[in-house]
Design a protein around this ligand. Sequence first.
Ligand SMILES: Cc1ncc(COP(=O)(O)O)c(C=O)c1O
Length: 389
Amino acid sequence: MTNHLMNTYAALPVAFERGEGAWLWDEQGNRYLDAISGLGVCALGHAHPEVTRVLCEQAGTLIHTANLARIPWQEKLAEALVGITGMERVFVANSGTEAIECALKIARIIGHERGFKSPGVIVMESSFHGRSLAALSATGSRKAQAGFEPLVSGFVRVPFGDAGAVQKIAQTSNEVVAVLVEPIQGEAGIRIPEPGYLAALRAICDQQGWLLIFDEIQSGLCRTGKWYAHQHENIQADIVTTAKALANGFPIGATVASGAAADAFSPGRHGSTFGGNPLACRTACTVLDIMKSEDLNSRAEKTGERMIAAFSSRLGTHPLLKEIRGRGLMLGIELDRDVNALKTDALANGVLLNITRNSVIRLLPPLIIDQEQEEIIVDTVCRLVEALD
Ligand SMILES: Cc1ncc(COP(=O)(O)O)c(C=O)c1O
């Protein structure tokens, strides 16, 4: 087959034709259990009947008007996001990266209002925030950045999980305006900071008048057992970025803000042609309603606890195991070697999973997986790890 696609993805040798719940079928009719949900996107599973119904109904009614007129579904989505975050205002875009761009632009506006020439944002080592030039520059991966220099300036990098390093910058740097952090680092291999870390960042930001920006693009929307992972620590953000599961696969991203950050923009300062269209927003409203009515927070929490317990009991003493980490259904199993080959081995065993940082098996299954599916994932992963020599 000729391939005219740019060479950006090392795709698995499979193409899926249809899905239902946590199951996917390839072109030959083989069935796979999806343990990664399209990278944390299809939280409600594939072809969710209500999501499909709403998408079709809205597509037959009105897909797009641009933001040339009010968009009531966008207003409803903003109301829903404000309700689950306790924040104030929302900008709706089309992806996680765009949600990050919006957050960074808000930080810069506020910095300039304070008279800073080069407003700085503190970012973390091994973070991931997206592939646009600003999001890539904020990202803590030299590998992802290499070859794209000059990067966007204005980022100060510190180790993830080290509130002391942030405090140190507070003592020396006077043009910092925000701290950007994933409450749980996803691409870095499901890295969960010590309890109290996010609250310590909140305290530093309060003391310095900095914005605290949580990138919840991967960790948000019930994935960890709360609407947003920072809510485990009972703290408020100034800005939250959200995307991935928001419309269960229909592209959307949003930046939610409160206080000064919520009022940073005025007309013409930011925008998007597609962002916030009726189709994406109505779908997202439906997704949030389903997440709430099916109480996916407690489902994710309980399923995740059972899976971690099962992995620990089967792999706990495995000589190659470094660590089993997770919160809700954001799970990582770190081994002490490159296990990229496990992706294809898992596929051959009917499970779709992902490897990050070469040595971490990352699992982000749909939040609706049942106990049988949960056991299939655990058993398949354990058998593959046990077979490593
Ligand atoms: C934490 C985090 N931020 C930002 C992004 C970028 O989102 P998108 O790929 O939707 O642009 C991702 C994507 O994986 C992510 O995990």
